[in-house]
Design a protein around this ligand. Structure first.
Ligand SMILES: Cc1cc2nc3c(=O)[nH]c(=O)nc-3n(C[C@H](O)[C@H](O)[C@H](O)COP(=O)(O)OP(=O)(O)OC[C@H]3O[C@@H](n4cnc5c(N)ncnc54)[C@H](O)[C@@H]3O)c2cc1C
Length: 390
């Protein structure tokens, strides 16, 4: 017989743990039986999360560091700016896992199981998961497990945000510990969009990441050469690598939310919570976890959760441009940051601007590729309307 729960959360990564936490914090869920299931031990610092934020959030108690200043570096300009009202916050995954797993352990209505999920069965009669240690059923299942959706790549281009980061320690003071580098595009773009991201923890310690937005992934050695080249330019040669991280975040407008039903909801990257044009996920995961709990409390149909907004269309066009302008993708970000107040751009990327505020931003980019991408999308829509059988 399958053990039964009100909710099952599949995966104790970013979205699974943030959803679990949102339920723990809300007394509505105290009498619900909830299972959290994860295949890994979550005992390794496998990633570093960064986000800009202008309010307090559930991650504040485990921040590793935050910055009040940032810089954006284009090919021919450099903008140093005060992040206020934002702060750029950074969390080590290991602190995140141990903090939230402890909260789950202490929550009497939660059960945490370390096992691998082999299948999720959700249809009109059943709603359960098969795992390496048995089967569990629930009224509602949330899954953050990677999904192998067959994507229509013509309709929704997919770019990889792939990167390798080194946390290095130097013998001398070489970093400005007060300023993080959001994007440094001053490197050979080689037909893609390439930049360096730097989080300086102190004047002698920093995470330096070489990142690509591209269709293809390059070899690890090429990313590492990108880091070495950057350090060489900065005349940083006396250092030791103390940690490495590697990632590949999908950048796509694919409508992941269409797989949601009233019994099975995809969360995290699998649920389309990753911002397509930036790859940032963690902040969306905080907001969307709270949104899900309020949907459940108000009995709103969960299949309508995570609806598209106008920012989805902006992201779609930007991805088209990044894909088509081979090696010139950096211009879109550079013009935005050069011609506008950077704080407005961060608010825009956060999807918190008004239409009125968006007009100057939309007009500030390199217009020709954007107009071309827009015309192609409109032509596609018209074509679909004409061909659609009655
Ligand atoms: C190195 C790295 C750095 C990143 N940096 C940032 C950043 O700075 N800012 C940001 O916003 N985003 C960042 N991201 C992107 C994004 O935030 C993370 O990938 C985030 O973890 C996505 O959350 P998630 O819940 O969708 O997936 P995950 O956090 O990957 O969680 C999925 C969980 O499911 C578990 N799982 C998978 N299969 C099974 C199975 N069969 N059975 C049981 N459990 C299973 C996994 O072990 C994992 O714990 C980064 C990603 C990486 C890889």
């Amino acid at each position: 017989m399958k053990k039964s729960f009100d909710y099952i959360i599949c995966g104790a990564g970013a979205s699974g743990l943030l959803l679990a936490n949102a339920m723990i914090e809300d007394k509505f869920f105290r009498n619900k039986k909830i299972l959290l299931i994860e295949k890994d031990k979550k005992s390794i610092n496998d990633r570093t999360w960064g986000l800009w934020d202008n309010k307090t959030n559930v991650l504040d108690s485990i921040l590793h560091k935050s910055w009040d200043n940032a810089e954006f570096i284009g090919k021919s300009f450099k903008k140093h700016f005060l992040l206020e009202p934002y702060k750029y916050k950074m969390i080590r995954a290991i602190d995140f896992y141990s903090h939230f797993l402890k909260k789950v352990e202490n929550a009497p209505n939660f059960e945490y199981v370390n096992a691998s999920i082999s299948e999720i069965i959700s249809n009109s009669t059943d709603n359960y998961i098969n795992t390496s240690i048995g089967n569990f059923k629930a009224k509602l299942i949330f899954s953050s497990l990677p999904k192998n959706d067959k994507m229509n790549l013509k309709k929704y281009p997919l770019l990889n945000q792939s990167f390798i980061g080194w946390t290095i320690e130097t013998k001398e003071d070489v970093f400005d510990e007060k300023t993080m580098t959001l994007m440094d595009f001053n490197r050979n773009q080689k037909d893609e969009t390439r930049f360096i991201y730097v989080l300086p923890f102190s004047s002698r310690k920093a995470l330096v990441e070489y990142t690509l937005f591209s269709e293809k992934i390059i070899s690890d050695q090429d990313y590492e050469n990108g880091i070495k080249e950057y350090l060489n330019e900065k005349e940083i040669d006396n250092f030791k690598i103390i940690e490495k991280e590697k990632g590949n975040i999908p950048m796509t407008c694919f409508p992941f939310e269409k797989s949601n039903t009233n019994k099975l909801i995809y969360i995290g990257t699998a649920g389309g919570w990753t911002k397509p044009s930036t790859g940032y996920t963690i902040k969306n995961a905080i907001d969307k976890s709270k949104e899900i709990t309020s949907y459940i409390k108000s009995n709103k149909a969960l299949e309508h959760f995570n609806k598209r907004n106008r920012f989805w269309y902006y992201d779609l066009i930007l991805l088209d441009v990044l894909k088509s302008t081979k090696g010139h993708g950096y211009k879109a970000f550079s013009y935005m940051f050069k011609r506008n107040n950077p704080i407005k751009i961060l608010t825009f990327l956060d999807e918190k601007t008004t239409l009125f505020e968006e007009i100057p931003i939309l007009l500030s980019v390199n217009k020709i590729p954007f107009i071309r991408a827009l015309i192609n999308r409109l032509a596609e829509i018209i074509d679909r309307i004409i061909r659609r059988p009655d």
